[in-house]
Design a binder for this molecule. Structure first.
Ligand code: ATR
Length: 283
C-alpha cells in the first residue's frame, strides 16, 4: 500500500531563513505522530500573494505568517477568527473548504507562556507595554481579557500609542504615553514589544518603571536580548526572552491545523538549550 502523502505546512516571511518554526513544528509532528512537512517560504512583500497562491494550489494546507507580512496578509483572507479581527493581523493561515482562514495565535501564545510556563498572573496586575506596532496589537486583546489592573502602552511615537488606546477602548482602558512620560508607577509586568532589539538598538526605555520584582518580558528571543540585558541592569530579578511565546503560539497554530495539542514543555526545553547562537527573532 502506498504511504500517505505528508500534509504540507510552512512559514512565510522576508527574511525567513533564521526561523525556528520548522524545528518546532517537526518536534510537534514527531511527538503527536502527524504525517506532515514544514517548509520555509521566503517571499518579498511584492510576491506575497503569488507565493501564497502557489503554495495553496500545490496542495499546501496552512502557513504561519511572520515579519513583515502579518498585516498585509489580511487582504488575502476570506474569514477571520475573532482574535485575528481584534488584532487586525494574522500569523496563521489555514486552507480549508476552498477558503483562506486567518487566525492570530500570538496573544494566546504569550498568555499561555506567562500563566502556564512562568506562573506570572495577569489578573489585577499593572502592565506596561513598550512599543505600539503590530506586535502590541496582537497581544493587547488577550491581555485585556486577563483583567489586569491597568495597561499602559508607551511608544517613541506617541500618536501610535494613542491610536492603539482608541482602537481597544471598547475592550478596556489603555493608557498611552511617550517613553519620557512613564513615571515610577509600580509595574508588575513590563513587556518589550518594540522591534528595536532586532537591530541591536536600546531605546531610552523608562528606567523608573523597573523594580526588583518587576517581571520583564521580551517578545523577541535570543540568549540575552538588548531589553533583557537592560532590564537586568535596572535591577529586575526576573527577565525573560520570548522563547516560550514562540513555542506556545506555534502550538496554537499546530492545534488549529491538526486538531491535536502538542506538549510544549519538552520542545521549549530543547529549543532554548540548542539556540545559543540564534539571532533575535524570526518566528
Ligand atoms: P512590529 O510588527 O514588529 O510591532 P512595527 O509595527 O513596525 O513592527 O512596530 C515597531 C515598534 O517598535 C514601534 O512601536 C516602534 O516605535 P515607533 O512607533 O516610534 O516607530 C518601535 N521601535 C522600533 N525601533 C525603535 C527604536 N530604535 N526605539 C524606540 N522604538 C522603536
Amino acid at each position: 500500500m502506498a504511504a500517505e502523502t505528508a500534509a504540507r505546512y510552512g512559514v512565510i516571511g522576508y527574511p525567513v531563513s533564521h526561523s525556528r518554526s520548522p524545528f518546532i513544528h517537526r518536534l510537534f509532528a514527531l511527538q503527536t505522530r502527524q504525517n506532515m512537512s514544514y517548509e520555509l517560504l521566503e517571499a518579498h512583500p511584492e510576491r506575497l500573494e503569488a507565493a501564497i497562491a502557489e503554495f495553496r494550489e500545490s496542495g499546501g494546507k496552512g502557513l504561519n505568517v511572520t515579519v513583515p507580512h502579518k498585516t498585509a496578509v489580511t487582504t488575502l483572507v476570506d474569514r477571520f477568527s475573532g482574535r485575528a479581527t481584534i488584532a487586525g493581523a494574522v500569523n496563521t493561515l489555514s486552507f480549508q473548504d476552498g477558503e483562506v482562514f486567518g487566525d492570530n495565535t500570538d496573544g494566546a501564545g504569550l498568555l499561555r507562556d506567562l500563566r502556564g510556563n512562568l506562573k506570572v498572573e495577569v489578573c489585577d496586575q499593572a502592565i506596561l507595554i513598550l512599543g505600539a506596532g503590530g506586535a502590541t496589537r496582537g497581544i493587547l486583546g488577550p491581555l485585556l481579557e486577563g483583567k489586569p489592573r491597568s495597561i499602559t502602552v508607551a511608544n517613541r511615537t506617541l500618536s501610535r500609542a494613542n491610536a492603539l488606546a482608541e482602537r481597544f477602548s471598547s475592550r478596556g482602558k489603555v493608557d498611552a504615553r511617550a517613553f519620557s512620560d512613564v513615571g515610577a508607577q509600580d509595574y508588575d509586568l513590563v513587556i518589550n514589544a518594540t522591534s528595536a532589539g532586532l537591530r541591536g538598538e536600546t531605546p531610552p526605555w523608562p528606567a523608573a518603571a523597573i523594580r526588583q520584582d518587576t517581571v520583564c518580558y521580551d517578545l523577541s528571543y535570543g540568549i540575552a536580548t538588548p531589553f533583557t540585558r537592560w532590564a537586568q541592569e535596572q535591577g529586575a530579578k526576573r527577565c525573560v526572552a520570548g522563547w516560550g511565546m514562540l513555542v506556545e503560539q506555534a502550538a496554537e497554530s499546530f492545534c488549529l491545523w491538526r486538531n491535536v495539542r502538542p506538549d510544549t514543555a519538552p520542545v521549549l526545553r530543547q529549543i532554548s538549550s540548542t539556540s545559543a547562537a540564534t539571532p533575535p527573532n524570526a518566528s
